[in-house]
Design a protein around this ligand. Structure first.
Ligand code: PGA
Length: 252
């Protein structure tokens, strides 16, 4: 494949300890160092980031978090800022994940977070996705509104600095099924067209798209080729080193 794939592991609220996180990272790092072509990112719970970075001796894996605050600094109990992530050596941040949107995060809040992430030279991986698919195509209108409003703080110049993760909410998590490559392709095309209307064709064509939602080594290659995406945002399957590495291998 010509593209350099980007694979982001979203560990969510796992593993349960720093010790187990280090074990998982070590297993992944032993196997990924040989894969030249892919960019690999691990987003652990924020509490484990520094411990993992300190333990990691390689250079293949980049680190990120699953969220940052929408505020720059100050009295915001429980929050972690973009600046803190950047100073800790993080390069990426997942923003607007559906699990965070379900906790009340709005397009407006996500838009503020994107701005802060960019100001710290972090690469935001911005999640977009419909909750349900209806037969009348209402979900298309939903996606169009969601991507436009979430990206409202992103200028034309900054579009190349962000990554869109298309994650249909119904396809996320254990027991769900990944979208077919053809449907991924169609939806990414629609999202690109929406970006093209806002930012221009060239910018939209150059925007990187990931797919997320029940990605596994059995479906990754087909989605990568026929779905026309640049890589994956992987949840559950990123918690098993063998599976995660097989996903990465299948994209190169
Ligand atoms: P999943 O999660 O791979 O477990 O479906 C993806 C995600 O939530 O980013």
């Amino acid at each position: 494949m010509n593209k350099k794939p980007l694979i982001v592991g979203n560990w969510k609220m796992n593993p349960s300890s720093l010790v187990d996180s280090k074990k998982l990272l070590r297993k992944i790092s032993q196997k990924v160092s040989k894969i030249k072509k892919a960019t690999v990112v691990v987003c652990p719970p924020s509490l484990f980031l520094l411990g993992l970075k300190g333990d990691y001796k390689g250079s293949k894996i980049s680190f990120g978090l699953q969220n940052i605050s929408s505020e720059k600094a100050g009295a915001y109990t429980g929050e972690v800022s973009a600046n803190m992530l950047s100073k800790a050596g993080g390069k990426f941040v997942i923003l607007g994940h559906s699990e965070r949107r379900a906790m009340g995060e709005t397009d407006d809040t996500i838009s503020k977070k994107i701005k802060l992430a960019l100001s710290e030279n972090l690469t935001p991986v911005i999640c977009i996705g419909e909750k349900v698919r209806d037969t009348q195509g209402e979900y298309l209108l939903f996606l169009k509104t969601q991507i436009s409003e979430t990206l409202s703080s992103v200028s034309k110049r900054d579009l190349s600095k962000i990554i869109i993760a298309y994650e249909p909410v119904w396809a996320i998590g254990e027991g769900s099924r990944a979208m077919t490559p053809r449907d991924v392709h169609e939806t990414v095309l629609f999202l690109r067209k929406t970006l093209s209307d806002i930012y221009g064709k060239k910018e939209a064509m150059e925007t990187k798209f990931l797919y997320g939602g029940s990605v596994d080594f059995s479906n990754a290659r087909a989605i990568m080729i026929d779905g026309d995406v640049d890589g994956f945002l992987v949840g559950r399957a990123s918690l098993d080193a063998d599976t995660f590495v097989r996903i990465i291998e299948s994209t190169v």
